[in-house]
Write a protein that binds this ligand. Structure first.
Ligand code: NCD
Length: 313
């Protein structure tokens, strides 16, 4: 089959949801990460990235900044909405229309679902979603997929268990939606009330993805390849007592890992609270810090692509 995706397919594009990209485009992007990792050219010299972070972030913001600096570009922005004019009542659309005059590309993180799409509709510049509420986190998904392929050598025929807060966790929503392009078996393990939202469950059914829902970690197939764990998203709970009830439901440690038949790949978008015991940090399948570090490579590639600076070799 002749590929219809090339570097020009990404120029000027917004990155709001992984669903805006085909399987072919996603694989192209992940391959491009490997190509760019070998290059050290200042591809984005003279370009400016604006990082508008209305919610806390360590990895996403800093890895975007690092990516831009490593490509010779520069960064402006804020990491705390309290220092922006939002506190004076400025609308998101107005903020974006002002900032578009200062930069070439925008990354936004915001507590409201749909805010990144709204931002993208307010400007002609490419807008990248760094996490919108409980909705999507596409660049995390790209680095998750890149790490998955690095660790497992493939993206099809994997048995993956998702563990933790599947209701509010946007990294899980983005990744699960994207995995429906690949031929994987999913096990969804969540405490009662924190399962995957029904629209996403319906979507998995429609796309004929093989999946099962479980409440206990001990119900997971011992032949599993990957466990993707997440933090219970404390800040999204309307009732903090409810958070207290579920906060430490699952904790992976050596004992749990030894119940699986093979070496499992352990993934987590971080930050972790108590989901993964630090004793597992030396375990050969622990991939969570690699994920965080891969974030720079993946975001370098994405920035170079949307700004039209990536060249196929
Ligand atoms: C995640 C997020 O912000 O959604 N963090 C990240 O970007 N790696 C996960 C989380 O906060 O639990």
């Amino acid at each position: 089959m002749v590929s219809t995706v090339d570097a020009s397919s990404f120029v000027g594009r917004d990155v709001i949801s992984m669903r805006d990209f085909s399987r072919e485009a996603i694989v192209y992007l992940i391959d491009a990460v490997d190509h760019l990792a070998r290059e050290n050219k200042p591809l984005l010299q003279g370009k400016i990235l604006a990082t508008l972070f209305f919610e806390p972030s360590t990895r996403t913001r800093l890895s975007f900044e690092s990516a831009m600096h490593r490509l010779g570009g520069s960064v402006i922005g804020f990491a705390d909405m309290r220092v922006s004019s939002t506190t004076k009542g400025e609308s998101l659309a107005d903020t974006i229309r002002v900032v578009e005059g200062y930069c070439d590309v925008i990354v936004i993180r915001h507590p409201a679902d749909g805010s990144a799409r709204l931002a993208a509709e307010s400007t002609e510049l490419p807008v990248i979603n760094g996490g919108d509420g409980t909705n999507q986190h596409p660049t995390q998904t790209l680095l998750d997929l890149y790490t998955l392929r690095q660790e497992c050598g493939r993206l099809d025929n994997l048995k993956i268990a998702f563990l933790g807060d599947l209701k509010y966790g946007r990294t899980v929503h983005s990744l699960i939606e994207t995995l429906s392009y690949f031929d994987c078996e999913l096990t969804l393990v969540a405490p009662q009330g924190l399962g995957l939202p029904t629209d996403l469950i319906e979507d998995l059914r429609e796309r004929r993805v093989t999946f099962e829902e479980r409440g206990l970690l001990s119900d997971v197939d011992p032949d599993i390849d990957v466990v993707y764990t997440t933090r219970i998203q404390k800040e999204r709970f309307p009732d903090q007592l409810e958070y207290e009830r579920v906060k430490h439901t699952y904790q992976l440690d050596r004992r749990v890992i030894s119940s699986f038949r093979k070496r499992v790949i352990l993934m987590h978008p971080l930050p972790r609270v108590r989901e993964i015991h630090p004793e597992l940090d030396q375990y050969s399948g622990a991939a969570y810090f690699k994920q965080a570090h891969n974030g720079v490579l993946v975001r370098k590639t994405l920035l170079a692509l949307v700004l039209g600076a990536y060249r196929e070799q």
